[in-house]
Unconditional design. Structure first.
Length: 91
């Protein structure tokens, strides 16, 4: 941490009961404007040719960069434990 940076306070997160089970998504649509990104998470039934948006999330461009970095870090950790070496590097 830099000398003049302030450590952010710890967050106390609450997960509402209706979100406890999460939602399934097997497809996503990403769009953006000059000010924000929108990700629609979709559950697609390919047999029926239909999909339903299970969640829409709007993000600032700064948060998108932070999310990308966090996803990459977590993917690398997952791949190292769960995937054969020849598949890990085949992005």
């Amino acid at each position: 941490m830099e000398e003049n940076e302030v450590e952010p306070p710890a967050l106390a997160l609450t997960l509402p009961d209706d979100l406890f089970g999460g939602v399934w998504s097997n497809f996503a649509i990403v769009s953006h404007s000059p000010y924000e990104f929108t990700i629609d998470f979709v559950r697609v039934d390919y047999n029926q040719g239909k999909g339903i948006v299970t969640s829409r999330v709007n993000l600032s461009p700064l948060f998108v960069t932070q999310l990308l970095e966090t996803l990459q870090t977590n993917w690398d950790q997952y791949a190292q434990k769960a995937m054969p070496q020849d598949l890990q590097d085949g992005r």
